[in-house]
Write a protein that binds this ligand. Structure first.
Ligand SMILES: [Zn+2]
Length: 582
């Protein structure tokens, strides 16, 4: 998005407002960008300016103060980049005066403006794709779609962003990209809704996803066929059934791992245009390894219509951790989604001999793929299909060179999938031993010295039955108090790394949670860490109710399901009659 040499002006004492923020350009030079489909969508300013943003309540003011040192954002700036889809250019025009420094100014700031323009490209595509030629003319309610992004370079605070987006749930937000030890983190200073209503159910509320009217589209069903080729490769064919709750858009945004290459997206039989763009650096989305895919439809979507979207893609989203374990999902989401939302999933996986694969949902014995007729199915290659028993917020799978054990909690079968080894990065345990060297005559013996004996590395498979039993006991305890377990079965699968996660009917359980008490001692875990690591199984089991069956209505409430899962696991701990912790 280049600056236009012929649109460079002197500007003085002009102010503009977007709902909760106020920007003043006191004195300086401003250059506007070239047209996009007849619209001026960007500007770069250098000079003296000021921004004022006053968060509406105590919580947001406290957050602002935490990051900036003041409850109200009041900052003088030296440069500012603006991107908008509205009449900002026309609004400023009366205060613009010609200048003869146009060419020099434009060339000086052109690259900066180009780089910054990328951030908002998809958002503006959502707006302007509505005006693309279409077979069926449709006048969408454009007045509902207004966006202004300002990236200013402040005197005290450095570079930061302020957004107004009329289609977002929280229309105003401000924040800053920070680097900590070389990694980018996006600090959200404040984010709020102008109409302080509660956000609708089922929203992810994560502004980093992109400011679209989220609940306008519901993905009711997924039918996915995936071929998994360890150690890295996956090829996926995903059919999504969409319900358009509120129409008017030509472009929809989806999250998908940046490591997936899309071959094709079709609506019914028609191939659609798409753009797979990088997520804003440092945002939650980018940190999860995801990018955004914008899918452009041949016409404006209508309220109430249902349509099928067919994605074909492949890429390297898996990574190998050693010990017969894989990292699944560490490189972003492997299926297109629009954040957390309740959907039905029908998942079919094809995977090589020697591996075990487990997925969310109930395993069924009737693969869609006709194995006997399938060509290219090599000897020992396996096919498995899992269907969700009720709409679930997200779906996943895990695979490894596991062995399997089963426990029961009433009618619920609890399976554990663990490998005989741990990942390469797992710490080695040790015990101290005193070396006596008895074969040397006493007078010649050196002083006994302590030496460290490295113990054999733990085998999660050996302890898998205990893990299954612990989870089954937790299910019985929770079912008595919170209602029946929501699914027919639960699979606990070993995952490399220290983090565990409880997905619907599938728990990714850290290798650490498979350790026996002795193995924990050998790792020199502190008593508190020991208690916490033994409570993990109960905590993740509790997530089957808190987080999977019952979801949060906005990211602001997400902590409640963590709190409830912790509380549940501590209730169980307390109920153990002897009160001992191993
Ligand atoms: Zn948790």
């Amino acid at each position: 998005m280049a600056l236009d040499n012929s649109r460079v002006y002197k500007v003085r004492d002009v102010a503009f407002d977007r709902a909760a923020f106020h920007i003043t350009l006191d004195d300086g030079t401003i250059a506007f960008t070239e047209d996009v489909a007849g619209h001026v969508t960007g500007a770069f300013f250098e000079g003296e300016g000021e921004v004022l943003l006053s968060p509406p309540n105590q919580v947001e003011r406290a957050s602002m103060a935490l990051f900036t040192g003041a409850a109200i954002l009041e900052e003088k700036f030296l440069t500012a980049y603006f991107r908008f889809n509205d009449s900002t250019f026309a609004e400023l025009q009366p205060s613009l005066r010609p200048t003869d420094e146009g060419e020099q100014f434009a060339s000086q700031w052109n690259q900066t403006a180009r780089n910054l323009a990328e951030v908002d490209a998809l958002r503006l595509l959502v707006t302007f794709s509505r005006d693309l030629p279409t077979a069926e003319p449709f006048t969408a309610a454009k007045n509902q779609d207004q966006v202004l992004h300002a990236r200013v370079f402040g005197r005290k605070l450095g570079a930061f962003d302020i957004y107004y987006d009329s289609t977002a749930k929280e229309q105003i937000w401000a924040g800053q990209l920070k680097r900590v030890e070389g990694e980018g983190y996006y600090d959200v200073w404040t984010s709020f809704s102008l109409n302080q209503r509660l956000p609708p159910i089922g929203s992810s509320g994560d502004n980093s996803f992109g400011p679209t009217a989220f609940d306008a589209i519901n993905i009711s069903d997924y039918r996915i066929q995936a071929e998994v080729r360890p150690p890295r490769q996956m090829r996926v064919d995903a059919l999504l059934q969409l319900e358009v709750k509120a129409g008017g858009q030509r472009t929809l945004l989806f999250e998908l791992s940046r490591y997936m290459n899309i071959e094709q997206i079709q609506a019914e039989t028609q191939a659609l245009e798409f753009i797979h763009n990088q997520a804003v650096e440092g945002t939650q989305l980018a940190r999860r390894g995801n990018d955004l895919v914008a899918v452009v439809f041949p016409r404006v979507l209508r309220s109430g219509e249902k349509l099928n979207l067919h994605f074909k893609y492949s890429g390297e989203v898996l990574s190998e951790a050693g010990g017969g374990l894989m990292y699944v999902g560490a490189r972003g989401t492997w299926y297109p989604n629009r954040g957390l939302g309740m959907s039905n999933f029908d998942l079919e996986f094809r995977y090589p001999a020697g591996w075990m694969l487990v997925a969310t949902g109930k395993r069924v014995d009737s693969p869609r793929l006709d194995i006997s007729a399938a060509t290219g199915l090599t000897q020992g290659e396996q096919v498995g299909r899992w269907i969700s028993e009720r709409p679930i917020p997200l779906a996943g799978f895990n695979l490894g060179k596991y062995s399997r054990v089963v426990a029961h909690a009433g009618k619920v079968s609890v399976e554990t999938y663990a490998s005989s080894g741990v990942e390469r990065s797992f710490p080695r345990g040790s015990i101290e031993a005193t070396e006596l060297q008895p074969l040397v005559p006493p007078g010649l013996r050196p002083l006994p010295r302590t030496m460290t004996v490295v113990t054999p590395s733990p085998s999660p498979a050996r302890n898998a039955q205990t893990v299954a039993d612990t989870s089954a006991r937790a299910i019985e305890f929770f079912a008595e108090r919170f209602g029946p377990f929501p699914y027919a079965n639960l699979a606990l699968t070993q995952m490399p790394g220290e983090v565990s996660q409880g997905w619907p009917s599938l728990i990714y359980l850290s290798s650490f949670s498979f350790l026996t008490p002795t193995e924990r001692t050998q790792l020199h875990m502190s008593p508190v860490v020991k208690i916490l690591s033994s409570a993990v199984i109960a905590h993740e089991t509790a997530h089957q109710w808190w987080g999977d069956l019952i979801s949060w209505s906005s990211y602001r409430d997400q902590w409640i399901v963590e709190g409830l899962s912790n509380y549940s696991s501590l209730m169980l701990l307390q109920s153990n009659s002897n009160g001992t912790v191993s």
